[in-house]
Design a protein around this ligand. Structure first.
Ligand SMILES: [Zn+2]
Ligand SMILES: [Zn+2]
Length: 341
């Protein structure tokens, strides 16, 4: 069968191809038809540089690891053709010490689609049809908006950063950065019962945060950021900027926690590490997620989150180049979605 796929062939260059699916499906894998995918910051690093965090792609690859899909060929699994599934893109080994402890994000041999860290690379989800392991799929009933279900994966990452910071009811939380991950960190912290404020350099981005439950917004360059000093039990760093990290250290109260959700790219900006010592700040790292994927699917199913407020646009697979360019321009507020056609 033929299908349309997008392929990142070089930095800032996405080719659209008619491709042929293999006749056979790998044992344990299922053939899927894309419902909705969404573009991640990670995809943007590959789009801009053909690399992410120092990991270079070896050859062209289809990007995308956030998606939900319909089962086309269940390939002997318990799934039913036509069934809607949420996709956990982490293909963990399942047998190592970390996997057995539930820490699939720490599995040394885990595989991940559309990523240079997985060799050989696995093509991602910005295509109409693809195969994926049945063990990574969660079957869901009809009636769920697939444009919202695609948020399950990035929301899992945000929930993990919130859980690593042990956010509880009544905590005062600041999220630095209102890109898609910051907005989802607001959703995750609000779901924990926290009172959440946000910062960003763009007023419009902070307005999206207010729409999903943030209480107050502060815009760098317009508002007095000094007023945030020492006010927050937890700061979730989601800007990806070392300046955002310094803002987080400043805003964190004594013996509070700074949780790093963003993947801060290597830079030469000085970090105010003395504040970590003087205030005994707990700094916690966070990558992917462990058990949060099921929690994220449940939160999407609860229909309590206004995901429409954080959707920036919808594009077809054949328009993946334009979709990535919109994200790269910085003009998009929220997530850019990819639809099969
Ligand atoms: Zn992602
Ligand atoms: Zn493992």
């Amino acid at each position: 069968m033929t299908y349309v796929r997008s392929v990142l062939t070089a930095a800032k260059t996405i080719a659209i191809e008619q491709a042929e699916m293999p006749v056979t499906i790998e044992p344990g894998w299922v053939r899927l038809r894309l419902a909705t995918a969404s573009i991640c910051g990670t995809d943007m690093h590959y789009f801009r540089h053909f690399a992410n965090a120092g990991f270079q792609l070896d050859y062209p690859v289809t990007l995308g690891h956030e998606a939900c899909a319909y089962v086309e060929d269940a390939n002997g699994s318990a799934l039913m053709p036509g069934q809607l599934v949420a996709i956990n893109p982490v293909i963990a080994c399942g047998v190592c010490e970390k996997c057995l402890a539930g820490d699939i994000n720490m599995c040394a041999t885990k595989r991940f689609p559309g990523s240079a860290t997985t060799k050989p690379h696995i093509d991602g989800f910005f295509r109409q049809t693809f195969d994926f392991p049945a063990k990574c799929l969660t079957a869901l009933p009809e009636g769920i908006d697939t444009d919202h279900l695609t948020f399950a994966e990035p929301l899992s990452c945000a929930m993990h950063a919130v859980n690593k910071a042990q956010v509880t009811t009544g905590d005062k939380v600041l999220v630095t950065g209102c890109g898609p991950m910051g907005l989802l960190a607001v959703v995750a912290a609000v779901a924990k019962g926290a009172s959440v404020d946000v910062t960003d350099i763009k007023r419009a981005a902070t307005q999206a945060a207010l729409a999903v439950g943030a209480k107050a917004a502060y815009v760098a360059g317009e508002d007095d950021m000094g007023q945030l000093a020492n006010r927050y039990d937890v700061v979730i760093e989601a800007s990806g900027s070392p300046h955002g990290y310094n803002q987080a250290l400043d805003a964190c109260r004594k013996q509070g926690t700074v949780s790093i959700l963003s993947l801060i790219q290597p830079s030469a900006v000085p970090i105010d590490l003395h504040l970590v010592a003087l205030k005994e700040i707990h700094c916690v790292g966070s990558i992917l997620y462990t058990s949060e994927f099921a929690d994220a699917v449940a939160l999407v199913r609860s229909r309590t989150v206004d995901f429409e407020a954080i959707i920036a646009g919808r594009f077809h697979v054949a328009e993946t180049q334009q979709a990535c360019e919109l994200m790269a321009s910085g003009a998009a507020i929220g997530k850019v979605l990819i639809k099969p056609e």
